[in-house]
Design a protein around this ligand. Structure first.
Ligand code: MG
Length: 170
């Protein structure tokens, strides 16, 4: 049976990951409306990844004989001033999520749940990649400013992001 404190915290994290999915889908909708098809595609892939994160916690709770309880998901922001504004928000959001993963790891250690701590290590590595990916795009967007041709090229490049391969598919 999963430690009740860990179960409660992991259920909260499911909500946070589903909020991330919702936030990135909202950013995709903004980019779609602004004609940045590539950035919209990138954000949709990001939203899919967040759903996968939520499901990892979901499956883990049941692997440990716990119980998932879903709660209301907060409404995301729907409008940004520019691609840079949106990606800066994405970067800030990932920094916040990294903090949440750190807190979960602290809890797992204080509860002496080394199995849960080991499960969280995957997320710790993932957060390093998430922050780095968002910051790289923020830096590129800062570099080009409002130069239309360069923005177009970044949009094309981000549109090449592919969905992750389905598990077991080779
Ligand atoms: Mg996530």
């Amino acid at each position: 049976m999963l430690n009740p404190k860990i179960q409660e915290a992991f259920n909260k994290q499911i909500n946070a990951e589903l909020f991330s999915e919702y936030l990135y889908l909202s950013m995709a909708a903004y980019f779609e409306a602004e004609g940045f098809k590539g950035m919209a595609q990138w954000m949709r892939m990001q939203a899919d990844e967040e759903r996968m994160h939520a499901l990892k916690f979901y499956d883990y709770i049941y692997d440990r004989n716990g119980r998932v309880t879903l709660t209301q998901i907060e409404a995301p922001k729907t409008q940004w001033n520019s691609p840079l504004d949106a990606f800066e928000d994405a970067y800030k959001h990932e920094q916040k999520v990294s903090g949440l993963i750190n807190e979960l790891s602290n809890l797992a250690l204080s509860e002496k749940d080394h199995m849960a701590h080991q499960f969280l290590e995957w997320f710790a590595g993932e957060q390093v990649e998430e922050e780095s990916a968002a910051l790289t795009i923020v830096d590129q967007l800062k570099l080009v400013g409002d130069h239309g041709m360069a923005l177009y090229m970044i949009d094309q490049q981000l549109g090449q992001r592919q969905p992750p391969a389905a598990p077991g598919a080779t």
